[in-house]
Every structure is written in structure tokens, then in C-alpha cells.
Write a protein that binds this ligand. Sequence first.
Ligand code: T4K
Length: 407
Amino acid sequence: MTAIGPAKRSIGDLALLGGPALFATPLHVGRPNIGDRERLFARLSEALDRRVLTNGGPLVQEFEARIAGMLGVRHALAVNNATIGLQIAARAAGMRGEVIVPAFTFVATAGALEWMGMEPVFADIRPGALTIDPAEIDRLVTPRTTGIVGVHVWGIPCDTTALEAAARRHDLAVIYDAAHAFACAHGERMVGGSGQAEVFSFLATKFVNAFAGGAITTDDDALAERVEGLRNFGFEEYDRTVGPGINGKMSEASAAMGLTSLDALPAIVDTNLANAAAYARATEGIPGLTMLTPDRAARCNAQYVAARIDGHVAGIDRDTLHDVLHAEQVLVRRYFHPGVHRLEPYASRPGGPPSLPHTEALGREVLVLPTGTAVGTTEIDAIIDVLRFSIAHAQAIGARRPAATPG
Ligand code: T4K
């Protein structure tokens, strides 16, 4: 934990306006959770002794079996990252041509498809929600559409029932980008078994961390077999390929870290939920600020904690608060501003980006805050004190610093 400076008493104390920074070292969104490093070193040492370092070794197999067991799915296939995982899953599900994706997501969801020559078609989120609006499917579908990639943003599941009903109406494949959703549930059911496949990320910044990695989960035996071949250069037998493949294999070192992270999972969830509750408590009654992340009842891993700032009510816009916090060494993020449809290469498509009002409005107002095992209640209270102070002194800050950094 980092040293914390004194609370702000006048606006001149804000680092943005020349005061000392609140934190001595930066607080990041996405600081890795480490787990028991002795256990990690023991696993790495076993792998070195075996001299089996990749290609589906025993640690990868153990990692896959534990994931499948936890999620209650028939197959979990480990991959080297979720971006490659999305490509393999989309190809295994038969997607090509146009694929409908939400614009309120990380750029990798669309980039994975674009890189394979597919055309991501951007859908808006449902009003008042974070995930794709299933009503968008009927609006966006064309004769070239072959699939939908839903995204469980910040671990909050999409409306899979409505999406899959729309997919059936138009004969589309459905996969889910579950990069944020490991160990989250839709009611009683764990995320992992919906659509043709779901894809998790285990990058270092994620809740379960395998240094870098991911997994494709599915209950479909034939699809799992296709994934198996696709992640291994297209090989069906050791000297026979059945089509184009890629190297999507996870290494034993990644699986060692992933297993160590799974061991620590209950403690990490507890920390994340305690942090989310601390943010909810600390932000109560702050005008214009709403927490977006769910509580314990929602069975979410709470790896992301996000606030929505209504600048009209708060009297200060999200971008100014972003700059205030960055100056204090709190490196909050504007995920997912301005929406992937407004990022290149999509923004320069002929006709310009489509208007997606709910995605754009949320993108203008969201602030993702630091959480995970690198942050505790003391840091959270200090971060929210700065936010509360800034909103209370919005006018004076505006007068001293009229222009915020554009997002
Ligand atoms: N789909 C969705 C919906 C996703 O959100 C993502 C990734 C993917 C697919 C693709 O998954 P992978 O192919 O990566 O498995 C960060 C994450 O790096 C990225 O994985 C994540 N989504 C996204 C939401 O956030 P950036 O570019 O905004 O931040 P980055 O990587 O610079 O890291 C954030 C902060 O974390 C840094 O300020 C420092 C800290 N950090 C990071 C790493 C890697 C550390 O302290 N230690 C570390 O080892 O993307």
C-alpha cells in the first residue's frame, strides 16, 4: 500500500492546481492479484524438472479441468490470450462476413474479428444497462450477418435469453466475450455455458491472472474439437492439418500462475466485494455520482468498480474529475470511451461512425476506479474524499481550470 497525504482543505491543495499529490505512488486500475508465490514457484519448478513447458502439458490440463469443473461446462480450452480466443471461437462457430458486436467494450472484441477479415457491426447498449441491447439485432441484421458476439461488461452478464432468441430468428451463431466475467453468474448458472462458446481473459490485469492467457468454454463437443485443432496450427493428427490454424496454446508457466490465482480466488473475490461495498458506502449522497457495479447478491467477481458522473448534477464533468484524480496519482480509466465505433479503423468507415446514443452517453460519464488486492478501505476513502471535495467545489475548480483534457 502507498503512503497517503493529508486530506484536501482548499482547492489549492489539489495536485491539479499545484498542491501535493495525495498518493506517493500511482494507484492503477488493473494491478495484478498475485496469490501464493511459493506455490507458484513450486509449480514452475515442477514444470522445469519435467521439461514440459507448453503444448498442453499437465499444468494446462489441470487448469482446464479446474475451470470446467468450476463453471459446470463440458469443455474448457486454455489459450494464450482472449483476443486469440475470440478469433478461434468465432471461426469455430462458423462466423464470417458481418458480425454484430456492442460498441461499449474494449477494442479487442471488434479487433479480433476485423483482423480475420470479418466486419464488426456496432450495436448500442440497452438503455440503463451496460450490455448489448438485444433489440439491436433485428435493426442491424443483413443477409451478410452470420453471428453475434455479446460482451459481459465488467462481469455483468448480457441478456443471453433475448440475444439467443434473436439469433434463432435470424439463424446466427452466438459467442460471448466473457473476458471480465470469470466466476460470475446469471442467477444460478455460471457464465461459461451460454451460446456456442464463451471466451475468458486471464491477462495479468484480470481477476484470475495467468500472466497472459484465456479460455474458451463450451458444452458443444464438436465445437470443442474444432477449437482444439484451430489453437494448434490446424493439426488434427501430428502430421495432418485440416485447415488454417493459429498458435493459441497456453504455456505451462501461464497455467502455473493461473492455478495459483484460482487457489486465491475466494480471497480475491472477498477483497473485491469488500472494496465495492466500501466505494458504495463512501460515495453515498454525492450529487451526480452513481456506482454502476453490482453488490454481493449479484454473484459477480467485482474486478471492476465503476462510477457514472452526471456532470449537470455534479457541476463538474467526468473529464475534469479524471484529471483531478490523475494529478493525485489515482490512475482512473475512462473505459469504454468513446465507444469502439468511434475508434480507428472503424471511425473512418464510409459514412462515419453510427450514432449509438446510449453507448456514447455512458462513455462520456464513466470512471473506472482502482480495486483488487492492491487497494484497501483507507485508499478508497481517500480517493472518494477527493471526488466529494471536487464536486463540492466544482465552481471554484471550473473557474481556476476551465478546460478538461478531452477524452
Ligand atoms: N475483451 C474484453 C472485453 C477485454 O476487456 C479485453 C481486455 C479483451 C477482450 C482482451 O483480452 P486479452 O487478449 O488481453 O486476454 C487493459 C487490459 O490490459 C486489457 O486486457 C483489458 N481488456 C482492458 C479493459 O484493460 P489497457 O490497454 O487499457 O491497460 P494496460 O494493459 O495498460 O493495463 C492497465 C494498468 O494495469 C496499467 O496502468 C498498469 C497496470 N498493470 C498492467 C499489467 C499488464 C500492472 O500494474 N501490471 C501488469 O502486469 O487494457
